[in-house]
Write a protein that binds this ligand. Structure first.
Ligand code: FES
Length: 248
């Protein structure tokens, strides 16, 4: 990979749902043409898509010396903004003095052109809203699926910055390799599950078993022993309050 000294990371706070690359890809393509010496990437706080820490790692590995992080939110959410700063601060602490220079761009709402964005949206071509869109109900959604176990993989901000995306990916691969689908094990990526110091956190129901620091390199054993053989890996369970250990 050729070295690009300046990177721009465009963030969006998805908790679940779409990877923001779909939304910003056209804008980034234009920016790449304008600034061919800059690498442009997207990243998310949690949920689908590449996590902020992972893209910062990628930039550092590629030899970036300056990384500008800008939020793609068009309406400022100070809480989410604070989370991005925390995640980046955590990453910088982990890197130590050799970290690239990471800089934060002002929010889009702080620019003078924000009003022009709104103006362009309401002044341009519009499309009629239709009643022929897909309904909110379907017979396929009338019943709870018949899965045996529900695996909750935390993709909150702290877990997403500390291995959650890699764990989720490894879990998908391990289940697929073993032919286990949604009717066997239903996997849901969630927002923060609370014991953030144990990141990445994974919880299994109805077993009422919570795992701490279930990094990607532990996933195969976890799947084989707990999900296939039904034997929880006790040494990887996270610490719990007494009130949380009651049988489900
Ligand atoms: S972010 Fe995962 S438990 Fe809080």
């Amino acid at each position: 990979m050729s070295k690009t000294a300046r990177w721009v990371i465009v963030t969006a706070p998805t908790d679940r749902g779409d990877d923001p690359r779909d939304q910003v890809s056209a804008a980034l393509a234009t920016l790449r043409n304008r600034y061919p010496d800059t690498a442009f990437r997207t990243a998310v706080l949690g949920g689908s898509g590449p996590a902020v820490a992972g893209v910062l790692d990628e930039a550092a590995a590629a030899g970036a010396t300056e990384i500008v992080v800008v939020s793609a939110q068009t309406v400022l959410d100070r809480k989410v903004d604070a989370w991005f700063r925390r995640v980046i601060g955590h990453w910088l602490r982990g890197r130590g003095p050799d970290a690239p220079d990471v800089r934060l761009a002002p929010p889009l709402t702080a620019t003078d052109t924000y009003v022009d964005l709104l103006d362009a949206a309401v002044s341009g071509a519009t499309t009629p809203a239709r009643s022929t869109t897909a309904p909110l109900a379907s017979p396929a959604w009338d019943e709870v699926p018949g899965f045996g176990r529900h695996v909750l993989v935390c993709r909150g901000p702290r877990c997403s910055a500390q291995g959650g995306p890699e764990t989720a990916r490894a879990l998908d691969e391990a289940l697929e390799e073993r032919g286990l689908g949604d009717d066997d094990v239903l996997v849901t990526q969630t927002g923060c599950l609370f014991p953030c110091s144990q990141a990445p956190v994974v919880a299994i129901y109805p077993d009422n078993t919570w795992y701490a620091r279930l990094h990607a390199d532990r996933v195969v054993r976890f799947v084989d022993e707990h999900l296939v053989e039904g034997r929880p890996v006790d040494e990887w369970r996270g610490a719990r309050r007494a009130s949380a250990t009651l049988e489900a």
